[in-house]
Design a protein around this ligand. Structure first.
Ligand code: SAM
Length: 289
């Protein structure tokens, strides 16, 4: 968040904030409770918190989750949290960069087993929550999508404009790579927005809370995740251009036209107007899948 926050906050006994780490701490207690409530019943769940900071959300999670794993990069904050939860065996504080954490061993090694379909290997599922450090929002999201099999619900606070893009419907101005990618993995709900005053120090932007119910669609759409996401990037490469023009550097005009026709799309369609099923049909047709 704090790439835009310039103010430094000092108070007795507290570490100063590190704007480079996106440290805008939530001070609205009601909002912290609403974020935790958005996770649903976590009394039998492992919850992974990204960037617990000074613990505004952490303290509520620690009281209700079956197990809490909180990942904080700031050494001082991580040490303070570890001290605060020393006597609570349900809470584990990991001092690490969330982007470098191995989700599989984090979740499969620790959390409660939830899914046990008879034909599958037992698989454990956790929930994720975080008032994200905004300077790495997209990287964190991509990481969560990559290891989505470990999670069934994700509740995150991000910059409002980014939330609007993630939750945007096809056919709207905000619909783009971020929306299509997020919606390939999850049902997205834009829950509520908070003003800068809800944080200390206050950032220059509003923030919104999203809930993502993990529901991967790639298999049903008949596409491979990596290839399809790379394709989505191609069709959105230049938003001013038509989808066909964006594809011209990768395919022959004839190929593009027949793929558009096969997907029931007009020749001059723009990528933001195309819902995922038709985008997948276009991809399958161009790559003969
Ligand atoms: N959860 C707290 C709250 O709501 O008040 C703090 C949120 S603050 C916006 C983001 C937190 O993420 C900070 O505590 C920051 O130190 C931490 N952070 C920044 N980069 C991180 C990273 N790469 N991995 C883990 N934590 C990170």
């Amino acid at each position: 968040m704090a790439a835009t926050a310039k103010t430094r906050h000092r108070s007795a006994g507290r570490p100063t904030t590190k704007p480079k780490l996106g440290q805008n701490f939530l001070v609205d207690v009601g909002a912290a409770q609403r974020i935790v409530d958005a996770l649903g019943d976590i009394s039998r769940c492992t919850v992974v918190e990204i960037g617990p900071g000074r613990g505004a959300i952490t303290s509520l999670l620690a009281a209700t989750a079956e197990k809490l794993i909180a990942i904080e990069l700031d050494r001082t904050l991580a040490a303070q949290l570890r001290m605060a939860y020393l006597r609570n065996p349900k809470v584990e504080i990991i001092e690490a960069d969330v982007l470098r954490v191995d989700c599989d061993s984090l979740v499969q090694g620790r959390s409660k087993q939830i899914t046990t379909a008879p034909q599958e290997m037992p698989h454990k599922v956790a929930r994720v929550v975080g008032n994200l450090p905004y300077y790495i929002t997209s990287d964190i999201l991509l990481k969560l999508f990559e290891c989505h099999k470990n999670f069934d619900r994700i509740v995150i606070m991000v910059q409002k404009e980014v939330a609007d893009r993630i939750a945007a419907e096809p056919g709207t101005r905000d619909y783009g790579v971020l929306s299509a990618t997020a919606q390939l993995y999850a049902e997205v709900e834009n829950l509520f927005t908070l003003p800068p005053a809800a944080f200390s120090p206050p950032p220059k932007v509003h923030s919104s809370v999203l809930r993502l119910r993990v529901a991967p669609k790639a298999a049903a759409l008949g596409v491979d995740e990596r290839g399809f996401i790379a394709f989505v990037r191609q069709v959105f490469a230049q938003k001013r251009k038509t989808l066909g023009n964006n594809l011209k550097q990768h395919f022959e005009t004839g190929q593009i036209n027949s793929a558009l026709e096969a997907a029931s799309l007009k020749a001059d369609v723009r990528a933001e107007a195309v819902p995922l099923p038709q985008m997948a049909a276009l991809y399958r047709s161009l790559y003969k899948r």
